[in-house]
Structure formats: C-alpha cells, structure tokens
Write a protein that binds this ligand. Sequence first.
Ligand SMILES: *Cc1c(COP(=O)(O)O)cnc(C)c1O
Length: 369
Amino acid sequence: MTLPREILPADGRFGCGPSKIRPEQLAALAGPGAVLMGTSHRQAPIKNLVGQVRMGLSDLLRLPDGYEIILGNGGSTAFWDAAAFGLIERRAQNLVFGEFGGKFAAAAAAPWLDAPDVRKADAGTRTVAEAVEGVDVYAWPHNETSTGVAASISRVAGDEGALTVIDATSAAGGINVAVSQTDVYYFAPQKNLGSDGGLWFAAVSPAAIERIERVAASGRYIPEFLSLKNALDNSRLNQTLNTPAVATLVLLDKQLEWINGNGGLGWAAARTAESSQALYQWAESSPVANPFVADPADRSPVVVTIDFDETVDAAAVAASLRANGIVDTEPYRKLGRNQLRIATFVSIEPDDVRQLIKAIDYTMEGMRG
Ligand SMILES: *Cc1c(COP(=O)(O)O)cnc(C)c1O
C-alpha cells in the first residue's frame, strides 16, 4: 500500500532509540564539527567540546549548587555495572516495571552486594519506592522505554545518606524534572537528546560524590573502565578514561544548543506533551485502539504505546508504514503485544505526529479493504 504524499510526515523516524537526529545536527558534523572529527580527545578543542556539553546539560537540567555532570563510555548499560561497583554500598531497592528497570536490578544482584529489594509491577503499570532499612540506593527509571510508563521523581526519605538514582535515558531532555529530588540522574544521549549512542552522562549530587569517593577508597575491587571515581576525576578535566565518540559529542552539543535556545526543559516538555497527547487522544477515541498504559497519570509523554484489538494486525501496520518510510513504530520486541510504540521525543515535530496519525488511519482503512 502506498500512502498519499499529503499525509506523509516530513521525517519518518519515530523510533525510541536510536532516535531521530535533526538534519541541522547532522549538518554540524560536516560543518563546524568537521574540524573536530578525527582529532585528539586529549587536546583543547575536544576538551572544550566536552566542557560545553557538560555546561549545556547543567543548564538544561538546571543543576542545583554542588551537582556536577560526569560522563563515561559504554552507555547506560555500562552505568548499571559502574553503579554496582561504585555507587551501591550494600543494597539497592530496584523498581522494575519493564525491561530497563529489570536490567539495573540484575546488575545490582552482584555477588559483593546484598540481594536487591526488587519491586515488580506488570507491564503498563508501575510501583513506588518504599523506605527500607539497610537500603542505600533507591533506583527506578524516569521513563520505562519498553512499556511507555513514566514515573514521578521524588526523593525517598530512607536511611540517612541513602541515594535516589534515576535512569533518565529516555526522559532527559523531554520530561520535566527537579534534579534536586535525585542524587544521580543518568542517561545516554541517543533518545530525547537526539545524538548517537556510546556515552553515559550523570548529574550527581554532593552526597553521590561523597559515596563514589568512599566506595572507591574502601578497597573493593573495581575495574578501571567501570570506576565512577575515575569518571568523576576525568570528567572534571573534561575528558573520559578512554576515547569517546567525538561525533556523539558534536551531535549532542548541537541538540543542547537547540533545546536551551528555545527555552530549555519547559519548552521541550510542552512539545513532547503536545505530540503524545495527540496520539493518546486519537487512541482513546478510536474504536480499535487504546492507550496501553491504563492510568493516564502514568502515560509517558515521550514513548507512546498503543494497543490494538484483534481486528487490526499492528505488526502488518508497522510493516506497511515502514515500506512508506515511516520507521520504528514496532513495539518493544519482548513485550509481545499487538501494539505500536511511537517516540514523541523533542526532536520529532508535533505536526509529523499528526501526519503519522493520518497515515495509521489510512493504513488500517486500506487493510480492512
Ligand atoms: C535505551 C535505554 C537504556 C539503554 O541505553 P544504552 O545506552 O543502550 O545502554 C537504558 N535505560 C532506558 C530507560 C533506556 O531507554
């Protein structure tokens, strides 16, 4: 089925990561960024770029006094292991309401730690953290990308010194947050931040810095690549332990300039809310579709999951959209639902989301014959 031109989005990328990179960012790689590509990460030009990215993230997240942006290689997945080595002192509480929360819980089950207190909820719902004696890290995703559930972020009043550690991989730059309610707000840049993968970033509080330094000095074995103390020390010098992807930094720098220049996180959050609301409202009024996340308060503004009834083959719809250049609307592979999952990250134009809705309607109409 060929979709009429007038209902095609201008840009057909709706994936949840890697996600749409704006043409202006890509142009920067060939333009101002070209002189940086292929140059030493130990020299001033790349260190200045890292410094500018750290500054841009500090502005975006309105970092409270004493917080710092640190970074390292390996993406959010590496950060989970780094946290097991260098952030969790004895025991974590992990909220698991999807794939990514589950992966951190698995990393937190390291043999040198006490077994984590794992609190699971069915896909499409969520759990909340609860203070438990002896837990020193409370961890959950701000946005569970596998299901489209967004959680609220507020500090857990647990034991003194317990840290609130939030996976913001798909939230940072698209959902509002008070970072003061967290000790570690970490993410990779290939989602809302519209860059490429490979790096992790974290906004860390003074309490988290103290924890990182204390665990590093405790004599625990910590591989150098996964050492948060090493990342902290290197980040303060605007560098990473080993070679970073320079292109990822250039793309990220452009995105931060774009978001901050347009009004920052408030602007970005309004934009993702507009796009996601268009989809949720459409699904709610559709006779064959429904938002997968039943509680409107839990519905993500950046990852929209829509279930279809048995009269619609969602996989066939996604395949037909793909054949028309509208890509990555397939659901999270392990969720196994008759569903479309659509990113409404800040880079995605709300007008393109409205076009996508028309394209889905047209496709379903055509399939009914
Ligand atoms: C994508 C994603 C990750 C994994 O990020 P990588 O950089 O690929 O390791 C982790 N957590 C969440 C919430 C994500 O959306």
